[in-house]
Ligand binder design. Structure first.
Ligand SMILES: [Zn+2]
Length: 550
């Protein structure tokens, strides 16, 4: 009996492994709501979308593994599998990732690899080594996404267009009918009669309900089950998004094709992988700047449009146009758009965001300071940042009681005067190619009290005096023995303060508290020598050397 149990377990394990190792591991996240609304579904194939592909070949640290030749196989295979879809692929480039960490045992390292040498303007295809240990055949980063992993020689199987299908928004045909887990909260079983085919299953009406029971070595459905109505399943063995035997998977359904095209049109990360793109500057002044379309497909016309603060110098059609700011007073964000049209239809490419005119910003920061205190002011650009507004030069200055200011295109540091309070302005001038713009920030430095211990050197006593700014001269304020004490509005004067007298070797020798602006501190019982007065006001320690001499 025990032997039989072991045998059954062994069979189960080997069955599980043989299935797992050639399967797709892509997890199913929740689809965007627009796939459920009919209005966004395209009814016909319009112009061909050409997507950039970047192939990363993972090899051992010493360079063992697949060769660069596989890139042409990959592009050819994708283009032949997608030949009926109006979606094609072009190789943007390829590289090697020579790293034993990914090459030897890859399990659990999927997320890490997805961030290696990643491109934003291409679908990244990571091809693992043939000898690499990995539980899967393929894995798309998400549905949709712009990266997938394929295991060794699976790059030349239907795993390749299958994972690309996930990137372009497709679920497994058995999604929902077999609960796949993942994050998709809409998941529900598809009925054979198709009544719920747009809201359950793979959300694709023309793919039949699929319970995922396939022969592993022939193009046959091997299941016998029925759905909740008692109807027998009749899934499509040829669908690329099924788990049927790999050589049988050769086609997408028409609605799957429309869905992938809709995902390209509606998903920014996918739009960014289109091989054609708008080339031009980020800053537009009153002199003309040209914008052009790169990698334009054949027999395509281009119509340009823009935000209202940008005008076209002459025509707004053609591969390239010249634009300028609509007036010299414009300083605002803007955009340029291009719509491509050919005999099959049209597509509007992602907008190119630009800045029009001089910089525009406000300042915010520390506006109420104690004497001698540091402050910081930040530049708040009204749209984008100093890069998008093309800042080339920054100037900072001030009027009023500051000691200094130093800054750049993003911020400035400054320090309040140690000797005087008062009000003033911080000025910031930021300059881009279109010109300069100045803004200012009001600030206030709290009027300090001034403190002097005299006589010093002391014999019988020294007297501590607090003066307000108008009680002494500028000359007295700037004396090296005069200490300025910040008095914030809240504390309403000095309040109670503490005096400590520290000897340079003996430590603390005397301590007292007072509220008086004039305080006599007896020193007749102190030995001759060097002391330090610590005057603690509002929690802050002010130190002054005191010499006792007879
Ligand atoms: Zn899959």
């Amino acid at each position: 009996m025990k032997k039989l149990l072991v045998l059954i377990i062994l069979i189960l394990i080997s069955f599980y492994n043989s299935r797992a190792q050639d399967n797709c591991l892509t997890s199913a996240s929740t689809p965007p709501e627009w796939i459920f609304s009919k209005s966004t579904k395209s009814s016909q194939i319009s112009m061909t979308f050409i997507l950039n592909v970047f192939v990363h070949i993972v090899r051992s640290g010493s360079g063992q593994g697949l060769s660069q030749n596989i890139t042409s196989t990959i592009i050819n295979s994708l283009n032949s599998n997608f030949s009926e879809t109006g979606i094609q692929f072009t190789l943007l480039g390829s590289d090697f990732i020579d790293n034993d960490y990914y090459y030897d045992d890859f399990n659990g390292k999927e997320d890490e690899l997805f961030s290696v040498n990643r491109k934003t303007n291409a679908i990244d295809i990571y091809v693992l080594g043939e000898s690499t240990i990995w539980i899967g055949a393929g894995l798309a980063q998400n549905i949709p996404s712009t990266a997938f992993i394929v295991h060794g020689s699976f790059y030349s199987t239907s795993s390749l267009p299958h994972e690309m299908g996930h990137c372009l928004g497709l679920y497994h045909t058995h999604h929902g009918t077999v609960n796949e887990g993942g994050g998709d909260v809409h998941q529900c079983a598809e009925l054979v009669n198709g009544n719920n085919s747009t809201t359950c299953g793979d959300y694709i009406a023309d793919t039949p309900a699929d319970p995922n029971q396939w022969s592993r070595n022939s193009c046959n459905y091997i299941g016998t089950g029925t759905d909740s109505n008692g109807d027998r399943y009749n899934p499509d063995v040829s669908n690329i998004m099924s788990y049927s035997y790999k050589p049988c998977r050769i086609s997408y359904s028409q609605i799957q094709i429309n869905r992938m095209r809709d995902f390209i049109k509606n998903t920014t990360i996918l739009q960014n992988t289109l091989s054609y793109y708008i080339n031009g500057v980020k800053l537009i002044c009153t002199s003309g700047e040209s914008f052009s379309l790169e990698n334009l497909p054949a027999n395509t016309t281009v119509t340009w449009s823009s935000s209202s603060n940008i005008t076209f110098s002459s025509v707004n059609t053609g591969e390239s146009v010249t634009v300028k700011a609509s007036s010299s007073t414009v300083c605002d964000a803007g955009w340029i758009e291009a719509t491509l049209t050919n005999s099959n239809g049209d597509i509007t490419l992602p907008r190119k965001e630009v800045w029009v005119g001089k910089p525009s910003f406000t300042l915010f920061g520390t506006t109420s300071l104690d004497v001698g205190a540091p402050g910081i002011v930040l530049v708040d650009y009204s749209s984008g940042d100093h890069f998008s507004q093309g800042i080339q030069n920054s100037d900072w200055s001030f009027t009023g009681p500051l000691d200094n200011i130093e800054g750049d295109a993003m911020k400035a540091h400054y320090r309040a005067s140690r000797r005087e309070g008062g009000i003033g302005f911080i000025y910031s001038t930021q300059t881009n190619q279109c010109g300069s713009y100045e803004n200012r920030l009001f600030f206030e430095v709290e009027e300090p009290l001034f403190m002097l211990a005299s006589p010093n050197p002391a014999n019988e006593y020294t007297e501590l005096n607090f003066y307000s700014a108008n009680e002494i001269t500028e000359y007295q304020k700037s004396s090296p023995v005069m200490i300025s004490v910040p008095v914030t509005e809240q504390s309403n004067g000095i309040g109670e303060y503490e005096i400590q007298i520290w000897h340079e070797r003996k430590g603390l020798v005397k301590q007292m508290k007072s509220r008086s602006k004039k305080l006599q501190i007896p020193t007749n019982n102190l030995d001759e020598g060097i002391y330090f007065l610590h005057i603690i006001v509002n929690g802050k320690v002010h130190k002054q050397q005191l010499k006792v001499q007879r």
